[in-house]
Design a protein around this ligand. Sequence first.
Ligand SMILES: Cc1ncc(COP(=O)(O)O)c(C=O)c1O
Length: 378
Amino acid sequence: MSETPPSAVPGAQVPPGLDRILRDPGFCRHSTGRVSVVEWESGSGWSEPRIEPYDKLQMDPATLGLHYGQAVFEGMKAFRGADGSVSLFRAADHGRRLGRSAARLAMAEMPVELFTRACTELVAADERWVPAGYGQSLYLRPLLLATEAEMGLRPSRSYRCVFLAYPADPCFGSDFRPLAVTAATETVRAVRGGTGESKCAGNYAASLLTRTEAQAAGYDEALWLDGLERRWVEELSTMNVFFVWRGEDGPRLTTPPCDGTIVRGITRDSLLTLADDLGLPASEEPTSIDAVRDGIRSGGLAEMFASGTAGVVVAVGRLGTGGQDLIVGDGKEGPVTERLRTALLDVQHARTPDTHGWLLPVTGNAGAATIEGEGRHA
Ligand SMILES: Cc1ncc(COP(=O)(O)O)c(C=O)c1O
């Protein structure tokens, strides 16, 4: 995923090429060279977080997490505000979701306070690595893995959570080019009662074949339908979906409900809140693929977009379904999509007041002075 870490020692000097990396980070191409680690052992509980050099994990080949898939993760971001300060976005909500994902897989649940502390300490140590561009961020990937070596099927009695950090552009690019998606017909990602809501590694493995086939056929992503009727729109492999319907009183926003088969997106939740702030009617509603198809054909569906931490908010311009390709609106990003993304990024970059308490400050604005220079490093 990433290049060889340029600074593999805690407190190491900033590498000479950092300014170049921060100007064009791509998506998680360059590790900061540091990780935060928290461990859990049956009997002794959670360790304190410690910052370590980025390094390979040493694992016994009989590790439970490798055989039986006890592995869950988060994807979250720290942003540089307009004044140079750095804040994590909805860190506690990511911590709570990691806990729910872990609980579903019978794994140890990390206290939210410990989770946010591990994130905050890592971002503070990597402060110099947080890019300043609008839409850019320091992407954090906390991975919680069962580490006990044991061949019998049972929950592990030890876990390690490794927090990785990478400067990042939005994963589909900073130009927010509209995506092409195709509805999956042969496979499903999740069923009620399964693990669909959990951010567990197995869900992503289950989506890869169909997603790869969709990409080989010229789409960016597969659009998942429900596992029973193969009719209700659920989400993409890494993002939730929204629809913008034309109404007599203006646009109306809907998104599929969280019934246990889709990830409860923190971006999704933020957008529902921001839509309310902006006076845009928004609701969680089951939406069939037929209704989407009819809406595109009649023009009743004005816009469709995807939301997620990694990709932010991206329009869906083309939908493959029923053997046909349909263009949503004029195939370009619509005004509601653009407005919501701007509202979200403006909060994340502290350009508008944080009225919902979503930002967790990590550093003051000391980084502002060094953003283009070779400045300080923790
Ligand atoms: C399957 C899936 N759906 C939706 C999302 C969006 O969630 P969030 O907005 O919290 O990143 C993600 C990303 O985490 C995901 O992996």
